[in-house]
Write a protein that binds this ligand. Structure first.
Ligand code: ATP
Ligand code: MG
Length: 386
């Protein structure tokens, strides 16, 4: 008998002609995560199987699988060559800690000479003999021992299912540009959209010297944390100082934030299109701050003319966002106290119901296209690699 790991993926997504695209992408994504670890990864009908790993790598392998979108659950299993004797040998080693259990058999190999319920009953007897303090309960067992007799003369026996992230394999939905700040929300937004199969680029607006190098480093650190789930991220760092200074010098102060956000959106869309991204992602959240009222979102939304803007957090409470941030490991970094460019020249009373005519009047005072082109020309690209 040898110990292996069974990987299950979301079969509902696998119907139809996209089956092999989905499956192959997931297979490649997993393989990439295992770089540098000695093991075998193979496809067995409807599942993947990890084997030939050393005991000391087992926990590392499991922890990596828990970060791969598209995997629904995994099980540590015993693999034996199919025979009553081999299956019995494994069942003799099983320890039941719960008061009740049952054995559940799936028999894909119909040449195996026991029917599913016969094998379950036989193995149940063996397990019971070695665990006299437990009982069989076929209706409501507290523990289930699964036996899968597969067609290739291999049988898998397992009794734990570890729930994984689910979702779609990264890059099966294409690529999107995440507007990444140093706050709590945007890295969570990126995580959630990668969960729906998007590969990520990220863009960060940076106002040196008003914001410190640590503020930029914080964003790089956040990207480094979420890449564990999303895979490699190309980060575009946009120098934003001049645009903010020009707005500050020339425009109505209560419109500062809205104008800034409209510039961000215009630049993000342009850079996204240049880099083959087909959507934008933000961590915006309805009513969180002045720039996230329906009216404010409307006037920034208008700046992305060709790409949809995904806002996966739009209806979340801060506590829900924080919970995810803690789970994925971004929270501690997010709350480090470095200023973001949005807080530079922040007016006392930012407008919550911006008027489009007023925005356009203000923007007419600026060299919008020149400012955008200059910012894009001076972008710094940082590759965040696994
Ligand atoms: P976060 O929303 O990440 O917690 P925040 O709350 O400081 O940061 P908001 O003012 O709520 O940011 O901005 C809303 C969204 O706009 C962010 O989630 C992010 O997608 C985008 N954004 C804000 N600031 C920046 C920035 N400096 N660079 C890139 N995107 C930004
Ligand atoms: Mg926010």
């Amino acid at each position: 008998m040898k110990e292996v790991i069974l990987i299950r993926y979301g079969e509902i997504f696998l119907k139809g002609k996209n089956y092999s695209f989905f499956e192959n992408t997931l297979f490649k994504n997993i393989k990439r995560r295992f770089k540098g670890i000695n093991l075998s990864l193979e496809k067995i009908s409807g599942r993947f199987l990890v084997s030939n790993f050393s005991e000391q790598d087992k926990e590392l392998i499991i922890s990596k699988l828990k970060t791969v979108f598209g995997i629904v659950s995994i099980s540590l299993a015993y693999e034996v060559e199919t025979s009553l004797e081999n299956i019995s040998t494994v069942c003799e080693t099983i320890n039941i800690t719960e008061p009740t259990f049952k054995v559940e058999t799936k028999r894909a190999d119909k040449t195996f000479n026991l029917k599913s319920y016969e094998l379950s009953a036989k193995m149940g007897e063996i397990i019971l003999k070695n665990n006299p303090n437990t009982k069989v309960d076929v209706h409501n067992p507290q523990q289930i021992i699964f036996i899968e007799v597969r067609q290739n003369l291999r049988t898998y026996i397992f009794y734990n299912k570890i729930t994984c992230l689910g979702g779609m394999p990264v890059s099966t939905s294409g690529k999107a540009m995440l507007l990444l700040s140093g706050g709590i929300d945007s890295s969570v937004a990126g995580f959630l959209m990668a969960k729906r199969g998007l590969c990520l680029n990220a863009i960060h607006f940076y106002s040196f010297p008003y914001t410190s190098p640590q503020a930029k480093q914080k964003v790089i650190d956040l990207a480094n944390i979420i890449k564990k789930y999303t895979g490699d991220i190309r980060l575009f760092v946009v120098p934003f100082t001049k645009i903010q200074e020009e707005i500050h010098k020339n425009c109505d102060s209560e419109y500062m934030v809205t104008l800034v956000r409209r510039f961000m959106m215009r630049i993000a869309e342009k850079v996204a299109i240049q880099n083959n991204c087909s959507a934008l992602i933000t961590g915006e959240n309805l009513a969180q701050v002045a720039s996230q009222t329906v009216e404010s979102i409307t006037v920034t939304n208008q700046m992305s003319k060709q790409l949809p803007i995904f806002r996966p957090l739009i209806s979340f409470d801060k506590i829900e966002i924080t919970n995810i941030a803690e789970k994925i490991g971004t929270y501690e970094t997010s709350i480090l106290p470095y200023e973001d460019c949005c807080s530079v020249f922040l007016p006392e009373n930012p407008v919550t119901h911006p008027k489009i005519e007023k925005l356009e009047k203000n923007e007419a005072l600026l060299e919008v296209n020149e400012l955008i082109n200059e910012a894009i020309k001076n972008i710094e690209i940082i590759d965040i690699k696994n």
